[in-house]
Design a protein around this ligand. Structure first.
Ligand code: MGD
Ligand code: MGD
Ligand code: SF4
Ligand code: MO
Length: 693
């Protein structure tokens, strides 16, 4: 590419789930300009501030560029530069040692937010190595929606943004900031411009809440109670779709009897939402057809998530909004390799019984280890010992609930290797640190496994710097060293080709097309029923007893009892300018949001003698941190919204990047976990605040 100036079309990634098609201008292997692609399938020209900072991210002087081996004590920040063969052999030797002393299960493979093909390649590596333990954040991110969906209606019901909805319920989701699952923001705005009405369910008055016909400012962590009150109204007032309910649901009468108790008046006391507003919103959803529910992360970030998701799917079902255009649909995948085949699930047939969390009775379909159970295995040998780990694209010290336990666990490991693009608090604890190539620096496929019915081409735009390798290449090389070499390729791009093989396309042909979309077909249940044991939507879950879970969605009480010593309720959301704990080291993004901010209502702030910008201590039963007060009436007087993911790269390794000081997960606990997915309470937690004097 040297010498030439050219525009390359590719898809954004690694600043959220990705999705926007971008045009990137390249000169001499450097990006000189970047803009949204007006023809982008999902974004139609949209680009956000994070993506504009991508070139700076690639060229940052402090980026990791060489494999490193720890030279001092863990966390001391002293490193020796080593070669790739040395680094890979270190990993091999240490994992072999652990495998021989314990079993292959004693080595865990970890990943943060999935970024591209690398998560599925990592699962393949774990399967080939003989370890069922891939640790991921799915307990608080998408598994509750996906797996509960599969059990309730046979699929993961995602919004069909490509056909018009009369009403969109934005439930615990903030697409203008998060572009959640990389598809919704631009398409959502298009629908709003064309007259789609909004109902927003959010403790904060977001930009969308301001445009909504109804805004329900609920108490954080009470979504399942609210959903049950909606069901109470819709069933009580007979507003549901009778034909669908009679023919296609299992357990409706039980649900009708069950929700009679959850009157809007009663639920109002729990959720703080006015009973008439609950009625109005429920009626609006039931009477607008088609209507879609765009649900987000916070409904799956507490121990009640299984009930919440089930209650919301019951709403979709009884109102006739499942698998209809403009409703919540089962997306059809294009002709590509299935995840199971790509990950070589066949190599580890006993995985479901042997993975760490099987011992804790999670839903068997939960295929990644919830972080809380990974730590228990490391710290307490429950159900067996784990002594080694490889983490890629993850910063668990910041992203797992109850950070101090994560520190203890990572410190206790005999061996830890980390692949990242920058030195992080987690990488600081590693024995080996590998420099990853990233967005635009290698060929990749986006949206594989997200369940939206398409994949996106992410062709390489520039060469990675120095010795940076794509995660796919690292895994492919580790695979050859650690497992049967015939499972891997001479060149890691063979993995990409394998995914595309059923489509008959080469990677170059796929890039030419830009994306592959599955066929548009709706109401598939008409021909073959729903893919559940009863072939109907399982309002009452047939397998409930087997799983030891309630058959009907329930509300059994608040996440924790109200405690006058902690009178405020804590929540958080993603920052528009960062991805989780990533990129605090990018000066451009840091200018937008230099410090961690906690949103506090002015009345509450005045009561505590807190003014705008003051440093405040935020305290829960589990810990305390410091952030800066931001006074806003967008938040309920009893709720505070605290920024998540903060550490301070500028503080340097000697002070461990001040990783504890403002880190939200110092406040969370993993003592009470939801049984289905091992989910901790990240939101809806009792807290108190005081200014620093
Ligand atoms: N309290 C609380 N906790 C949460 C959440 C919350 O809302 N509140 N959200 C949860 C959710 S939804 C998620 S998905 C998780 C996210 O958890 P993580 O994925 O662990 O979060 P990040 O902080 O983004 O860490 C990702 C790391 O990957 C690195 N990276 C970026 N690109 C590449 C690459 O191409 N290759 C490699 N090897 N590394 C790369 C980044 O530098 C960064 O250090 O956190 C969960 N934890
Ligand atoms: N900029 C940016 N984009 C991202 C990410 C990021 O870190 N930064 N992360 C990516 C990832 S991995 C994910 S999973 C998605 C998540 O994206 P979203 O699902 O949009 O998640 P959040 O931003 O955590 O929360 C969404 C909204 O829920 C509200 N909320 C908080 N607590 C509650 C509650 O208890 N109930 C209800 N009903 N609402 C509540 C918040 O105020 C917020 O407006 O975003 C992806 N996109
Ligand atoms: S919204 Fe997400 S996918 Fe779109 S440009 Fe921004 S970071 Fe990239
Ligand atoms: Mo996530």
């Amino acid at each position: 590419m040297s010498g030439n100036i050219e525009w390359v079309r590719t898809h954004c990634s690694r600043m959220d789930h990705g999705g926007c098609s971008l045009l990137v201008r390249v000169k001499d292997n450097r990006i000189v300009k970047i803009k949204g692609d007006p023809n982008g399938f999902l974004n139609k020209g949209y680009i956000c501030p994070k993506a504009l900072a991508l070139p700076e991210r690639l060229n940052h002087p402090l980026r990791l560029k060489h494999p490193l081996k720890r030279a001092g004590n863990r966390g001391e920040g002293r490193w020796k530069r080593i070669s790739w063969p040395e680094a890979l052999n270190e990993i091999k030797d240490n994992f072999q040692k652990i495998k021989e002393r314990y079993t292959p299960k004693a080595v865990a493979f970890g990943q943060g937010m999935p970024k591209g093909l690398e998560l599925f390649a990592l699962i393949r590596l774990a399967n080939a190595f003989g370890s069922p333990n891939v640790v991921a954040v799915q307990d608080v991110c998408h598994a509750p929606r996906e797996i509960t969906g599969v059990h309730t209606c046979g699929f993961y019901p995602v919004v069909d943004f490509h056909h018009k909805s009369r009403l969109m319920v934005i439930w615990a989701s903030n697409p203008p900031s998060t572009n959640e699952e990389g598809q919704v923001c631009s398409l959502l705005f298009k629908q709003i411009r064309e007259g789609t009405e909004l109902v927003v369910i959010d403790p904060r008055r977001t930009a969308l809440a301001e445009r909504a016909k109804l805004w329900l400012q609920l108490r954080p962590g009470t979504d399942n109670a609210l959903a049950l009150a909606f069901l109470n109204v819709i069933i009580g007032e007979k507003l549901y779709n009778r034909a669908f309910v009679e023919q296609w649901t299992h357990g409706f009468d039980e649900l009708a009897a069950h929700v009679r108790n959850f009157t809007p008046e009663k639920i109002s006391e729990i959720t703080w939402v006015d009973p008439d507003l609950i009625r109005e919103a429920a009626r609006f959803y039931a009477l607008s057809h088609p209507a879609a529910i765009q649900w987000g992360n916070p409904i799956e970030q507490n121990a009640h998530t299984f009930d919440t998701v089930r209650a919301i799917i019951c709403l979709m079902a009884i109102c006739g909004n499942l698998d209809v255009p403009g409703g919540n649909i089962q997306a059809n995948e294009p002709e590509i390799l299935s995840l199971g085949k790509f990950a070589r699930a066949d190599l580890l047939p006993a995985k479901r019984k042997e993975m760490i969390h099987a011992f804790h009775n999670t839903i068997p379909r939960m295929m990644t280890v919830p972080p809380a159970y990974f730590r228990k295995a490391v710290l307490e040998d429950t159900p067996y010992a784990v002594r080694g780990a490889y983490f890629q694209g993850a910063n668990p010290l910041l992203s797992y609930a109850e950070s101090r336990l994560t520190l203890n666990a990572l410190e206790k490991l005999d061996f830890l290797a980390v692949s990242d693009i920058f030195m992080t608090p987690t990488a600081l604890l590693a024995d080996i640190v590998l420099p990853a190539a990233t967005t635009f620096e290698f060929n990749d496929i986006g949206h594989y496994g997200l369940g939206h019915g398409y994949i996106l081409a992410r062709p390489k735009v520039v060469d990675p710097p120095e010795e940076c390798w794509p995660d796919l290449k690292i895994i492919n090389e580790l695979g050859k060293l650690l497992t049967s070499p015939e499972l891997w390729y001479e060149d890691y791009e063979g993995l990409i080709q394998e995914v595309l093989r059923p489509s008959g396309l080469s990677y170059a042909e796929f890039v030419e097309k830009g994306y592959l979309h599955g066929p548009e077909r709706f109401r598939k249940y008409l021909s073959s029923g729903f893919r559940t044991p009863s072939t109907k939507v399982e309002i009452s879950l047939s397998l409930a007893r087997k799983f030891g879970l309630p058959a009907l969605p329930n509300f059994s009480g608040l996440l924790e009892e109200d405690d006058p010593a902690y009178p405020l309720i804590l929540t958080s959301c993603k920052s528009r300018y960062y991805l989780h704990s990533s990129y605090r080291w990018l000066e451009t993004l840091r200018k937008y949001r230099p410090k961690p901010k906690t949103e506090i209502h002015p009345v509450t702030a005045a009561k505590h003698g807190i003014e705008e910008g003051d440093e405040v201590i935020i305290e829960t039963r589990n810990g305390s941190i410091v952030q800066h007060a931001h006074l806003t009436d967008r938040i309920h007087p009893r709720v505070i919204n605290t920024a998540y993911g903060w550490w301070f790269p500028e503080a340097g390794a000697a002070s461990f990047y001040e990783w504890e000081k403002s880190n939200y997960n110092m406040l969370t606990s993993s003592e009470n976990l939801g049984q289905a997915f091992g989910t901790p309470n990240l939101k809806g937690i009792g807290c108190r605040i005081k200014p620093i004097r």
